[in-house]
Design a protein around this ligand. Structure first.
Ligand code: ADP
Ligand code: GN1
Ligand code: MG
Length: 365
């Protein structure tokens, strides 16, 4: 295992390194907090090893970060009253955007967005509204970024039918067979909903929804809230900023933020919170209203249902594959995570009419 402190010393931090320690609770990359000191005092930075099993071409991510930065930074400078933060890449001592360890994995360093906090789960309607506003603000910032300037950093990401095919192959010949009650429940749950997996891709193929730049992973722990005001002021984890559908983001934001029990919950406690859903959409929709079409409103329910189903499918497929994608803390962790998402999906389905009513009430003509 590469020593993160040795890697940290290759970056041009503006001072002397005091400490390097593991940080955050992401499921994909390895994240470290680097504390440095100079004449002014101490300052924090983020150092990350991108997961090669997830991102086989991480240079694409670094390219997209540059494109994103070049697009957003001038807008923020032109409107200094808008509070939004974007991490800045710290170069290596030789001036590169990243370095590689002996195993070939890519490491990068970024500025730490200070005086903020992120949450594993959303705790109030006010916070839900801010989460929605933050995602909408980000979408509005990037909507005029020509999508062809962005590389596809993770092909197939959020293309549910592709995950279904991967699952089908694993279910036919699982490296790790499982006939537990929970696994049988997952197989049945997926079988009953296979047809619905096409909904967003069909809408895209029919020209109802259009590819545009997206974040890809707007769950609560990737949203930073200002400590003093509670305002959402940054979306981090920009590795999956790439071409996609707005509905991948909105569906993922709703499925993650409206599950206050969290992704590791006891099944009995899992339920989709309608109050949070209404609050997120109250925050989100005014930000995107200028470019949100009637079809965009129409597919909101389908998106939240699909993204919960899709994540359950991804967790379950990873369980069958032997836990090769999502970092897991114990055997069976990804299986449990899958059952939680399926319970959430069922709760979303049970509240379909209420969710559609919320959308209609907020829809602009
Ligand atoms: P992963 O892809 O593994 O989820 P993230 O990029 O989300 O990795 O980083 C993991 C955690 O580290 C985040 O949830 C957040 O708490 C923290 N973090 C990452 N980048 C920053 C940053 N620039 N400023 C502040 N906190 C950060
Ligand atoms: C992963 O990296 P992290 O923990 O922010 C995953 C998301 C899932 C999420 C579920 C690149 O996000 O797609 O929704 O776990 N990211 C990637 O918690 O696969
Ligand atoms: Mg993350």
């Amino acid at each position: 295992m590469t020593d993160p402190a040795a890697i940290a010393s290759q970056f041009a931090f503006p001072g002397e390194i005091l400490s390097v320690r593991e940080y955050g609770a992401g499921h994909v990359n390895s994240t470290y907090l680097v504390q440095i000191t100079d004449d002014q005092g101490n300052l924090d930075f983020i150092l990350q090893r991108l997961n090669p099993a997830v991102f086989p071409e991480p240079e694409r991510i670094m390219h997209n970060l540059r494109v994103l930065n070049d697009h957003i930074r001038p807008k923020l400078l032109a409107h200094p009253t808008l509070r939004w933060e974007l991490p800045t890449i710290i170069p290596t001592r030789s001036g590169a955007d990243y370095c590689r360890d002996q195993a070939g994995a890519l490491w990068r360093a970024q500025t730490f967005i200070a005086d903020t906090e992120s949450f594993a789960t959303i705790i109030s309607e006010a916070q839900a509204e801010e989460a929605g506003r933050g995602l909408g603000f980000f979408h509005a910032l990037i909507h005029d970024l020509p999508v062809q300037l962005l590389h596809d950093t993770l092909p197939g990401f959020h293309v549910t039918p592709a995950y279904l095919s991967q699952y089908a192959a694993l279910a036919a010949a699982p490296p790790r067979p499982d006939s537990s009650t929970a696994a049988l429940f997952c197989h049945r749950f997926i079988a009953e909903r296979k047809e619905a997996a096409e909904v967003l891709e069909t809408a895209r193929a029919q020209g109802e929804l259009f590819p545009c730049p997206i974040h890809g992973d707007p769950k609560p722990s990737n949203l930073l809230f200002a400590r003093n005001t509670g305002q959402a002021i940054s979306l981090i984890d920009l590795d999956t900023v790439k071409p996609g559908l707005l509905h991948y983001d909105l569906g993922d934001c709703l499925r993650s933020c409206c599950n206050p029990a969290g992704e590791d919950a006891d099944l009995a406690g899992v339920s989709f919170n309608l109050g949070f859903c209404a609050a997120i959409l109250r925050g989100y929709l005014p930000q995107v209203a200028p470019f949100f079409s009637a079809a965009d409103y129409h597919y909101i329910y389908d998106a939240v249902r699909l993204l919960a189903f899709e994540l359950g499918l991804r967790f379950f497929a990873d369980h069958l594959a032997g836990d090769v994608y999502f970092r897991s803390r114990r055997p069976g962790h990804n299986l449990h995570r899958a059952t939680v998402q399926f319970a959430l999906c069922r709760s979303i389905e049970a509240q379909k009419n209420e969710i559609r009513k919320i959308v209609v009430a907020l829809q602009r003509p």
